[in-house]
Design a protein around this ligand. Sequence first.
Ligand code: HEM
Length: 150
Amino acid sequence: MVDILIKYVHILSFMVVFTVLFMEMIFVKSQSAVSDLVRVRRYQNILLLFLGFTLLSGLIKLVTMGEHAAIYMKNGVFHLKVTLFLLITILTFIPYRFFRNISAEPAGAGSPQEVPVPRSVRLIVHIQMILLVLLPLLGVMMVRGIGYFG
Ligand code: HEM
């Protein structure tokens, strides 16, 4: 039963990560409303939290599966999945400064309603999304034993 729950948390966390990134894609445009960017800044914290839950549930599964875990250590697809996952997590930190400055802006009269978003920020969100949609496929493949090199 615990095993099922951990698997459930693993998949559910992925779903939240997907949803948050999807919302970021909608709000982060070449010109975005300041209020939307402040919202995305909050989403980034949720993103990191649920990336953490995904990692934690994955690690708990690995630790609790005993000697079966050794099979995954010899699976290239598993290593690819974890590497891409870490890349997504690292990429989250890159536009952090941009969003932090946005939230610091005063909301008084005369402050801009819309601000230009650097191309790099939009690119990062898109790259994260592309990498993320590959991960469930890699997850299912590795469970099937595809990528085993032992
Ligand atoms: C967003 C990132 C991730 C996604 C979308 C994802 C997806 C999946 C999927 C679809 C499964 C297969 C479930 C099944 O059919 O039984 C799975 C299982 C698993 N994942 Fe992940 N995963 C992610 C990140 C991670 C990370 C970072 C780790 C590293 C510790 C990890 C470790 C595992 C383990 C150990 C299993 C269990 C395999 C088994 O039950 O035999 N996952 N994952």
